[in-house]
Design a protein around this ligand. Structure first.
Ligand code: SF4
Length: 289
């Protein structure tokens, strides 16, 4: 179980933030639930196809921009066949405002073709099937399943927790993972171990909301934060922001430690060599006398 909270494993926690991650995680979730009443995904969609397209388009863009684009996009394109019926350049023009439109056009057309070829034009419901769609990795698959197929999620052995940039950052700051905020797959596994499966669809929505409203990337508002007493990165308590501690520093520290060990063993070897030489020289001198 990941736990980077200070004092984890020590005899007696002095306060809530010293508790192990496994004990803080449910308290954090309850506090977030009370602060943000049943938050929903910010993307607009009415069908699984719209959900998967909107989520694919949301990469490197804002939800507001995607909602603006999909408002007309989803009127023009209703079925997977529709995305293939127009020239590629026309779809590129329609997706241009979302950014990275060339790659997104390829993904949208690729996943449309795959849906037609392998899934009778319907969006599949399991994670194993969803990740076969071009442009769909675990984050998107988790979002689509949690929002469109909650019943499948309950029985799916591959189900998980969607980890985006906000979820990653908040989990790192709260000390619920030892991994860097960009290591989405590892953070996902850590959160899955900390929360029961029935909470998995809710966790990302609450963490995203908290990341947007309070735990801002540049300026977290710790003074107004409902989970401040549980947070090992609290600026209010004068603690180090774990999100700002670059994973490289850990590597650098390791390297320095290794270098020091190597230096130590080299100087030991040198001393031993000097001792042997001195002995030999002494013997030779004694012999010649
Ligand atoms: S106390 Fe600060 S760093 Fe911790 S979760 Fe709240 S806003 Fe983020």
């Amino acid at each position: 179980m990941p736990d980077s909270s200070p004092g984890a494993g020590s005899a007696g926690p002095q306060n809530l933030r010293d508790l192990p991650g496994a004990e803080r995680a449910p308290l954090i979730l309850e506090a977030l639930k009370s602060a943000y009443e049943d938050p929903k995904i910010a993307l607009d969609f009415t069908t699984p196809l719209e959900c998967v397209i909107a989520t694919v388009l949301s990469a490197q863009s804002t939800d507001a921009k995607i909602n603006e684009v999909t408002k007309t996009l989803f009127v023009k394109y209703r079925r997977p066949e529709d995305y293939l019926a127009v020239p590629e350049t026309e779809l590129q023009d329609d997706l241009r405002p979302t950014g990275f439109f060339n790659q997104k056009t390829k993904s949208v057309r690729g996943l449309s073709q795959k849906l037609i070829d392998d899934y009778d034009g319907q969006v599949p419901s399991t994670i194993a099937e969803l990740i076969t769609l071009p442009g769909v990795a675990r984050k998107t698959a988790n979002i689509v399943q949690a929002n469109c197929f909650p019943e499948t999620l309950k029985a799916d052995p591959d189900a998980g927790v969607a980890v985006d940039t906000h979820v990653g950052r908040v989990a790192v700051r709260l000390g619920l993972t030892r991994h860097g905020s960009k290591e989405a797959d590892k953070i996902e596994r850590d959160l899955m171990a900390l929360y029961p499966k029935e909470e998995w669809p809710r966790v990302p929505n609450l963490y995203i909301m908290h990341g947007r409203m309070t735990c801002d990337a540049k300026r977290p508002r710790c003074e107004d934060c409902v989970v401040e007493p549980l947070c090992p990165s609290s600026q209010e308590a004068g603690l180090v922001d774990l999100f700002r501690v670059p994973p490289k520093r850990k590597t650098a520290r390791k390297k320095t430690a290794k270098k020091a060990t190597r230096k130590k063993s080299t100087s030991k070897k040198t001393a031993a060599r000097k001792k042997t030489t001195a002995k030999r020289t002494g013997r030779r001198r004694t012999g010649s006398e």
